[in-house]
Ligand binder design. Structure first.
Ligand code: FAQ
Length: 338
């Protein structure tokens, strides 16, 4: 449903952005620029400018943290899922998100940043993760809406990343997108079932949509004009489609789904524009977005505290795994020597 992003041209006008002036070796820089201009892939062993490496580490670590913090709002509902089937689906989904975090931390490690460094950034509150996970999941309909809208927005954003110029990130995204597709569908299906239920169940779905809609639109990041990283990231082929264009594509894809579901999207300005061939939409509250990104959303403190607690309580597991690996290594060294 969202793979249409694969066919979208890179945002017009992105290439003319000048490459950042480089203080690096001119021959290496020229070879890198030529590969980027030819839409080639950069691999870990290849030379790359420091700023390209830093941009990737920043984005991939933000993305990895989003996956593992994103386990928390839904994880809260595993013990309260309404049936065995829904519980099994939710456990699988939350586990997948943990797996996505692992692929992404591994992709960032190929750039020379260790997982410990990244987790230290998260736990100290310096590193960012997606704004959307700082809002509460108040009832079962929220779990369906997270699947439908949050995973839907994530897929829209991540499908173009499968064509990212950095090989390990692009390859990780292929598998992530396949799994996110299942996540989106299970959420939408759970809501379709609720919408055939009682008036109370239908009202729960509408209430969840009302609370999540605008926050999901903000997930795509600030408007292009206020996005400090977009120009350079697109010039390097890291981002392929701009924040605003992805947001628009998400809205255009979601409005018909809302109609089938029978819910109203909470935006009086949402109207089809025949001339633009897109839906017009209202104003996103960017002050609220930045306040949440900067640590003052409804659940920021709770999310961070839960992650830090999980990390410290898992120390014995990491120690045991390391001790086991050491023993295995010693045994194989002894075997080789014998
Ligand atoms: N939340 O110049 P830009 C998921 C920050 S995964 C928080 O536009 P950029 C799966 C941005 O980091 C969801 N911060 O930046 C799931 C930058 O700050 P910095 C996550 C945000 O990087 C589903 C500053 O604003 N997906 O949902 C946000 O070019 C269900 C300026 O912004 C990804 O991370 C935000 N929403 O574009 C899991 C995808 N937006 O670093 C569980 C990969 C912007 O200067 C359950 N990431 N910021 O301090 C990206 O595509 C990009 O990083 C963007 C931002 C598009 C998010």
């Amino acid at each position: 449903m969202y793979t249409q992003s694969f066919n979208v041209q890179d945002t017009a006008g992105a290439k003319p952005v000048a490459l950042a002036p480089s203080k690096e070796d001119p021959a290496l820089q020229a070879a890198f620029d030529a590969r980027i201009d030819a839409d080639g892939r950069i691999e870990p062993q290849d030379w790359m400018p420091d700023a390209y490496r830093k941009t990737l580490v920043r984005q991939i670590s933000q993305h990895a943290h989003s996956e593992i913090v994103g386990m928390l709002p839904e994880g809260n509902w595993i013990s309260r899922a309404p049936s065995l089937k829904r519980k099994a689906i939710l456990i699988a989904k939350v586990q997948d998100e943990g797996g996505h975090g692992l692929y992404l931390y591994s992709a960032a490690e190929t750039l020379g940043t260790s997982r410990d460094q990244m987790l230290e950034g998260l736990h100290s509150g310096r590193a960012k993760y997606s704004s959307i996970f700082n809002y509460p999941t108040l009832n079962w309909a929220d779990v369906g809406v997270v699947g439908w809208l949050v995973d839907g927005a994530a897929i829209m954003n991540q499908v173009p990343l499968c064509r990212c110029s950095y090989g390990p990130y692009a390859r990780a995204m292929v598998r992530v997108c396949k799994e996110e597709s299942f996540h989106q569908r299970q959420g939408y299906e759970a809501l379709l079932v609720m919408m055939t239920g009682t008036a109370e169940q239908k009202a729960m779905v509408q209430d969840a949509v009302n609370r999540f809609w605008w926050k999901c639109l903000a997930m795509f990041g600030p408007p292009d004009a206020d996005s400090p990283h977009s120009g350079q990231a697109m010039r390097w082929g890291i981002k392929r489609i701009s924040n605003d264009d992805l947001r628009q594509k998400f809205i255009d894809a979601t409005v018909p789904q809302a109609k089938v579901l029978g819910v109203t999207l909470p935006d009086p300005d949402l109207k089809w524009n025949e001339e633009r061939q897109h839906y017009d939409y209202g104003q996103i509250d960017w002050d609220e977005f930045w306040s949440t990104v900067n640590g003052n959303g409804p659940c920021n403190k709770e999310r961070l505290a839960t992650r830090v607690k999980a990390y410290s309580e898992g120390e014995w597991v990491r120690d045991a795994a390391m001790a086991h690996a050491r023993k295995q290594q010693e045994r194989s060294t002894m075997k080789e020597a014998a």
